[in-house]
Design a protein around this ligand. Structure first.
Ligand SMILES: [Zn+2]
Length: 422
């Protein structure tokens, strides 16, 4: 494995940014720096200082994203953008999002160190509120930059603060978001910790992300009949929970079988409730919510059709009524841009990084950037796959190797995309 000594980037500078942000956490609550809370601007100020110290021009765009810019030699060629997010979940980690911002900044610094001037403008972005925010929604900055932030979200309110005011408080201008959707970005790349165990288990340096899985949430309501638990014979019941339990097992089996297919697939019954939930009453109703994630759309369609069939069969066998499973939310998978995936594979080779292609089961800002430009992302390993917890950990050298991959990819893209636009 290639290690820090021969990389074009400086691991110490990456660690300094990550450590600096880690110190900005709610007292006694590592690591909590949520968007739209009092601490968030402190993180932004810290980053703004580091960006400026690296000789970059900074600004906050209409959607509240902090952007640092390194002008290219050929104005009008477009922007190569790198970045991720600095907000955390409550009791989150030091690396989720932050590693990507630190690595992006390091790419800009390494270019400056080596006196490399790109043709394209290079921008480093800290997206606003990637995590589910106090307003109950996520990826606010990247949705805004892509021009797909739903206008009615701006009036969402929490503790007297509207999202609209929250964006203004970080320096954004909600009225200008729609008009400022970016059309000048030539390519977007994001480095992120994997948040899963695959790279660590396989002892690989980099995951080149083939797609961000689409997420479908399916609600199922099972109606049985409430009866006395002591007097109703076992053969005369319509037990909603017993039927729902069979559904959960069936869903797990379906998901396991689909996960053995070519693309990433997971399905989880993450919400489950029964009524009346009393010791001496046969359950009359159960509600399940499935979170299903698929890299490939046809796997999701197959899953949904199989769940319909499963529910039908179980209702018949158990004497319960199961309404047709209802898709309550759905978004499509986002494939990585093929040109960028090829450039990233080659950038791994140049950096001496072992790599594989893999899907992302988690959502990321890249999914929204893909609506306006060529986009792709890379993963670096994290300890035990842990994330969204204080135990989240990634080795500085692993992040630095990822930054070196980004560095190589940016140089290659600057050349390739320049030729393309001639
Ligand atoms: Zn993240």
């Amino acid at each position: 494995m290639a290690r820090a000594s021969n990389l074009p980037v400086d691991p110490a500078r990456i660690a300094e940014v990550i450590d600096g942000l880690a110190k900005l956490t709610e007292p006694g609550r590592p690591y909590t720096r949520r968007a739209f809370t009092a601490l968030f601007p402190a993180g932004r100020d810290f980053l703004d200082g580091r960006f400026r110290a690296a000789g970059l021009e900074t600004r906050v765009d209409a959607a509240g994203n902090l952007i640092a810019r390194r002008p290219g030699k050929k104005p009008g060629l477009g922007t190569i953008m790198l970045g991720s997010h600095s907000d955390t979940v409550p009791d989150g980690g030091r690396y989720d999002g932050i590693a990507g911002v630190a690595a992006a900044l390091e790419v800009a610094q390494a270019l400056a160190d080596k006196g490399i001037d790109l043709d394209h403008d290079l921008e480093i972005v800290d997206f606003l509120a990637e995590e589910v925010s106090i307003f109950g929604v996520s990826c606010i900055g990247s949705r805004g930059m892509a021009g797909v932030l739903p206008a009615d979200w701006l009036s969402r309110e929490r503790d007297g603060l509207t999202l609209e005011q929250g964006i203004r408080d970080v320096g954004g201008d909600p009225a200008r978001i729609a008009g400022e959707a970016r059309k000048d970005i030539a390519a977007f790349l994001e480095l992120h910790i994997e948040q899963g165990p695959v790279l660590e288990t396989e002892r690989l340096d980099i995951g080149v992300v083939t797609a961000i899985a689409g997420i479908t949430r399916i609600e199922i309501i099972v109606d049985g009949r409430a009866d006395h638990a002591g007097t109703t014979p076992m053969g005369s019941r319509a037990d909603a929970l017993a039927a729902a339990a069979r559904l959960v097992s069936g869903i797990e089996a379906l998901a396991k079988s689909l996960s053995e297919g070519p693309g990433h697939f997971t399905a989880t019954v993450g919400e489950f409730a029964i009524e009346p939930n009393a010791a001496n009453v046969v359950p009359s109703r159960a509600r399940l919510l499935i979170d299903a994630r698929a890299e490939e759309r046809n796997a999701m369609d197959l899953f949904a059709a199989s769940v319909d069939q499963l529910a039908d069969g179980i209702a018949r066998e158990t004497g319960t009524t199961i309404a047709p499973p209802r898709r309550i939310s759905e978004n499509m998978p986002t494939p990585g841009d093929p040109l960028l995936l090829g450039v990233l594979d080659a950038a791994c080779e140049t950096a001496g990084a072992s790599h594989r292609r893999m899907a992302s089961g988690a959502g990321h800002d890249t999914a929204f950037m893909a609506k306006v430009t060529r986009s792709a992302m890379i993963f670096v390993p994290c300890l035990g796959g842990r994330s969204h917890a204080p135990e989240e950990f990634a080795e500085t050298d692993d992040i630095a190797l990822g930054a070196a991959v980004l560095f190589n990819a940016v140089i290659q893209l600057d050349e390739t995309l320049s030729q393309e636009s001639v």
